[in-house]
Unconditional design. Structure first.
Length: 336
C-alpha cells in the first residue's frame, strides 16, 4: 500500500470514529459539496447545492452566524468556527452542530472554503443543563427571602400567642430545610417515591385544608427524583409568592395517574391552584419557567404545560413511564 493510500485510509477512519463530516464551498460557482455524514447531520439531499440551499437546513436564528463564518474564512484565509442548530426531524436532543472552516487556495485567482461538521448536541445539552443549574442556584437564593417572608406570614396568621408563632415558624423552617436537602441526597441506583417528594416540598407551606394529594405509588430514579424535586419546589415557591399558598390562601390539588399517549404508557400529573383572588398570567416567561421546562424535557423526557386561569394556575406534566427510573438517553448520530 502506498504512503498516500495509507494516510487517506487513516484519515477516513479517524473521521468515521470521531463522527466528523466534511464539506467544501466553491464561492465562484456557489456550489456546496457535502459528504454523507454532513448531509445526514443537516438532512440534506444527495445532490450538491448552493450555500443558501444549505442554510435552509440551519435554524433560522443561526443562519446569519454560519454565513458570516464562511465568508470571513473566505476573505482572510483564517480558521473560523461557529455552532448552529440543524433542522432534523428525528433527534432526542436539540441538534447542535459545530462547524470549522478555513479557506483553501485552488489557484491564483480562486479560493474554496473547506470545513468539517461535528454533532455536539449531547455536549451542548449538558452545557445548557449546567448553566441552568447554576442559574437555578442563584434563583433559589433570591427566592429564599420571599419564601421565608411568606412562612413568617403563614405562621403569624395561624398563631394566637408568641409561643405558637415561634413553634409554627420553627416547624415550617425545618420542613423547608428538609425540602432543600432532598436535592442532594440519595445514592446512585436508589429510587424515591413520588408522594414523598410532593409531601416534603409542600410541607413548609401547606395546612391540611389547603392541599390535596392523590396518586398511585410511583418510584423515581435519582436523576428523575432531582428533577421532580426542582419542579415541585418551583411550583410551591411560585404558589407561595403569587398563588394559592400565599398568606391570602387558596387550595392546591395535586394528582397523578397512569395513562396512554403518543409516546406509549405515561404518567399524567396535574397541579391545580384555586386562589381566593383573581390572578393574571405573567407578561413573559421567567427563569423559573425555564427551569421547569428544562427539567421536564431533559431529565424526564416529557413536557410541562402552564395554563394561567382566572382562579389560579393549572400545570400539567406528562412523563413517559419508561423514563421514571431510566435517564433520558444521550443520543448521538452514527453514520453507517
Amino acid at each position: 500500500m502506498a504512503a498516500d493510500d495509507s494516510t487517506g485510509l487513516h484519515l477516513a477512519l479517524a473521521l468515521d470514529v470521531a463522527n466528523i463530516g466534511v464539506w467544501e464551498w466553491n464561492p465562484a460557482l456557489d456550489i456546496m459539496n457535502c459528504d454523507l455524514r454532513t448531509r445526514t447531520l443537516f438532512e440534506l439531499p444527495a445532490a450538491a447545492g448552493t450555500l443558501e440551499s444549505f442554510l435552509t437546513r440551519v435554524h433560522a436564528m443561526d443562519r446569519v452566524r454560519v454565513r458570516r463564518t464562511l465568508r470571513d474564512a473566505l476573505r482572510d484565509g483564517g480558521h473560523y468556527r461557529c455552532e448552529c442548530r440543524s433542522i432534523r426531524t428525528n433527534s432526542e436532543v436539540e441538534p447542535w452542530i459545530e462547524i470549522l472552516a478555513r479557506a483553501h487556495v485552488v489557484d491564483v485567482a480562486a479560493r474554496h472554503v473547506l470545513g468539517i461538521a461535528m454533532d455536539v448536541s449531547v455536549n451542548k445539552a449538558e452545557d445548557l443543563r449546567r448553566e441552568l443549574l447554576s442559574d437555578d442556584t442563584e434563583h433559589r437564593m433570591t427566592n429564599m427571602f420571599s419564601v421565608v417572608s411568606a412562612i413568617v406570614s403563614l405562621s403569624q396568621g395561624t398563631a394566637s400567642t408568641a409561643e405558637e408563632f415561634a413553634t409554627g415558624l420553627r416547624t415550617r423552617l425545618s420542613a423547608l430545610a428538609r425540602a432543600y436537602s432532598m436535592h442532594t441526597v440519595k445514592a446512585p441506583g436508589s429510587t424515591v417515591n413520588l408522594q414523598q417528594i410532593v409531601g416534603v416540598q409542600i410541607a413548609p407551606f401547606a395546612v391540611s385544608a389547603q392541599v390535596t394529594v392523590d396518586g398511585p405509588p410511583i418510584e423515581l430514579g435519582r436523576r428523575q427524583a432531582l428533577a421532580m424535586n426542582m419542579i415541585f419546589h418551583e411550583l410551591a415557591t411560585n404558589a407561595v409568592k403569587y398563588g394559592a399558598l400565599s398568606p391570602e390562601g387558596g387550595q392546591v390539588t395535586i394528582q397523578w395517574s397512569h395513562c396512554s399517549g403518543p409516546q406509549g404508557e405515561c404518567v399524567l400529573l396535574s397541579w391545580k391552584e384555586i386562589c381566593r383572588s383573581r390572578i393574571s398570567s405573567p407578561a413573559r416567561s421567567g427563569l423559573g419557567s425555564k427551569i421547569l421546562a428544562s427539567s421536564a424535557r431533559y431529565d424526564l423526557g416529557g413536557d410541562i404545560i402552564f395554563d394561567y386561569q382566572s382562579d389560579g394556575l393549572l400545570a400539567t406534566l406528562v412523563v413517559p413511564t419508561a423514563r421514571l427510573t431510566t435517564p433520558v438517553p444521550a443520543k448521538r448520530f452514527r453514520s453507517h
